[in-house]
Design a protein around this ligand. Structure first.
Ligand code: IPE
Ligand code: IPE
Ligand code: MG
Length: 252
C-alpha cells in the first residue's frame, strides 16, 4: 500500500521500459530534499545543494539518452528568497559553477539550455552564467534543459494574463474575449508544451507553486528518495510508471 502511494506499483517495479508505449516528451522535476539529505549526514544544507547539482548533470545526460524532449527542473522558487541569506547566496552561485563545468558536455550532448523565471532580481553573476549557457547552446537541437529559476506559478499566471490583456487591447480586441490560448501564449514555458510527467522527490506531496497552469493534466510521480540520492534507476522507474498510466483528459 505504501509503495503504491508513492507511485511504485509492485506489479511492475522490476519491469522494463516498453518499446510500444511512448515516453513522456516533457518531464518536470521538483528537486526536493537537499537539506534533509545533508542533515542526515550531519553536513551543512549547502552540501546537499552541491551534491544535488551533480545529480542534475547525471539526470540530464540520462534523460537526453532516452530521447526526452524537454526536462524542466525547479531550481529556485520565488518563495525560496525567504531562506537564510547564506543559503540563498550559495544557491545563486551554483549555476555559475554548474555551467562553467558542464557547458562543454551539454554542447557535446546537443542539449539546449533555457530558463523560466523572473530574471530581474537574480544577482548579476547568476544571470550572466545562465545567459552565457543559453548563448553557448542555442544551436543545439536535442534535449531542452529548462531551469525554473526564481520561478513562481501564480506570479506567472498573473503576468501572462496581464500581458495577454495588453495584447488584446493593442489588437483592438475586447479584453473580455480573452481565451486560454491568449494566456498560454504568454507563459514562461511558451513553446515547450505542458509537462507530461511531474516528478517530486523527497516524499513531499505538494506543488509548491510550480507550473500551476501547465500541470493541469500531467501525470504525477512521487518518490521518497532525496534529490542528492536520485539515480538513473529512479528516473527509469518513473518512466516505467508513466508508461503504465492511462491518460484520459476527462474523456473515456
Ligand atoms: C530543494 O531542496 C532545493 C531547493 C529548494 C533550492 P531543499 O533545500 O528544499 O531541501 P529540504 O526540503 O529542506 O530537505
Ligand atoms: C520547492 O521546494 C522549490 C524547489 C525545489 C526549487 P521547497 O522545498 O521550496 O518547497 P516547500 O517549502 O517544501 O513547499
Ligand atoms: Mg524542500
Amino acid at each position: 500500500m505504501f509503495k503504491k502511494l508513492f507511485g511504485q506499483n509492485e506489479n511492475y517495479i522490476d519491469s522494463e521500459l516498453s518499446a510500444e508505449v511512448p515516453l513522456p516528451k516533457h518531464v518536470a522535476i521538483i528537486m526536493d530534499g537537499n537539506g534533509r539529505w545533508a542533515k542526515r549526514r550531519f553536513l551543512p544544507r549547502i552540501a546537499g545543494h552541491k551534491e544535488g547539482m551533480n545529480v542534475v548533470k547525471k539526470i540530464t545526460k540520462y534523460a537526453s539518452s532516452l530521447g526526452i524532449e524537454v526536462l524542466t527542473l525547479y531550481a529556485f522558487s520565488t518563495e525560496n528568497w525567504k531562506r537564510p541569506t547564506d543559503e540563498v547566496d550559495f544557491l545563486m552561485k551554483l549555476p555559475v559553477e554548474f555551467f562553467e563545468t558542464f557547458v562543454p558536455e551539454l554542447v557535446e550532448e546537443n542539449v539546449r539550455v533555457n530558463i523560466m523565471g523572473y530574471r530581474e532580481n537574480l544577482p548579476a553573476h547568476t544571470l550572466k552564467s545562465v545567459e552565457d549557457a543559453i548563448e553557448a547552446t542555442k544551436h543545439c537541437t536535442g534535449l531542452v534543459l529548462n531551469f525554473a529559476l526564481n520561478y513562481g506559478g501564480r506570479a506567472e499566471i498573473l503576468s501572462a494574463t496581464k500581458a495577454a490583456i495588453l495584447e488584446l487591447k493593442e489588437e483592438g480586441r475586447d479584453p473580455e474575449d480573452i481565451t486560454e490560448a491568449d494566456i498560454d501564449n504568454h507563459l514562461m514555458s511558451q513553446g515547450l508544451g505542458d509537462p507530461d510527467l511531474l516528478i517530486r522527490t523527497s516524499g513531499e506531496l505538494r506543488l509548491s507553486n510550480f507550473m500551476l497552469w501547465q500541470l493541469a493534466y500531467s501525470e504525477f510521480y512521487f518518490t521518497e528518495v532525496h534529490w542528492p540520492d536520485f539515480k538513473e534507476e529512479d528516473f527509469l522507474q518513473a518512466m516505467i510508471d508513466y508508461q503504465n498510466r492511462s491518460r484520459r483528459y476527462g474523456g473515456l
